[in-house]
Design a protein around this ligand. Structure first.
Ligand SMILES: CC(C)(COP(=O)(O)OP(=O)(O)OC[C@H]1O[C@@H](n2cnc3c(N)ncnc32)[C@H](O)[C@@H]1OP(=O)(O)O)[C@@H](O)C(=O)NCCC(=O)NCCS
Length: 182
């Protein structure tokens, strides 16, 4: 049984014994908490505090956060849009270590893709590390397909796998979170 249901973009509700989690757009004050999440989630290729402030001030970056019942950020996703293209890029997604294993990343991913679909985007692309099996599983389960590989893409020399997903009607068919009652 899943602990999470997705009712509409921007909101998820967890079943009672896990406390409630909400997904919403980040605010400009969130840069410090986002930096902390980044430090806890990535050992290299991190988004700096300065970059977080810049993303938060930039209309072409959509940053969504998952907050717990105390409004603490337990997850975040960053999507970048480019002018004159319907292709968007999932730049980052991370869940705080203590909040992993509950399907929050799938909910954040579904929310981010729905927001981009609503904004008129037709494709979402992303890169992930070749050795990041949890992320690959998350993206493949979310309907992303591999479209290539870039060698030595990351700071430590690891390759990147490139994924993409169409955001049209066909792209939404596999976005239900496990156990979603709808
Ligand atoms: C990747 C990440 C966002 C997933 O967060 P999460 O929601 O807690 O993920 P879960 O633990 O629920 O796992 C997601 C899925 O991957 C599976 N999974 C977890 N670890 C796995 C592994 N080592 N190999 C294969 N699958 C794995 C889970 O079983 C789950 O599958 P399911 O949805 O079919 O049940 C989280 O691990 C994270 O923040 N990692 C650090 C940052 C990062 O790597 N971000 C991605 C960058 S592209």
């Amino acid at each position: 049984m899943s602990l999470i249901s997705v009712s509409r973009p921007g909101r998820i509700t967890q079943r009672p014994n896990s406390g409630s989690i909400r997904i919403e757009l980040a605010s400009s004050e969130d840069w410090q908490a986002l930096s902390e999440l980044e430090k806890a989630s990535f050992s290299g290729d991190r988004i700096s505090a300065r970059s977080w402030r810049s993303f938060l001030a930039n209309a072409s970056a959509t940053i969504t956060v998952a907050r717990d019942a105390s409004s603490r950020i337990v997850g975040a996703a960053v999507v970048l849009e480019r002018a004159n293209t319907c292709v968007t890029r999932l730049y980052s997604i991370a869940i705080a270590p203590h909040a992993r294993g509950r399907g929050l990343s799938a909910a954040l991913l579904a929310d981010a893709t729905q927001r981009m679909r609503d904004a008129g985007a037709t494709v979402m692309r992303l890169e992930t590390r070749l050795d990041n099996f949890a992320a690959q599983h998350l993206f493949e389960r979310g309907g992303f397909v591999q479209r290539g590989r870039k060698s030595s893409y990351y700071e430590d020399g690891e390759d990147a796998l490139l994924y993409q997903k169409p955001l049209g009607d066909l792209g939404s068919a596999d976005e239900t979170v496990p156990g979603d009652p709808t």
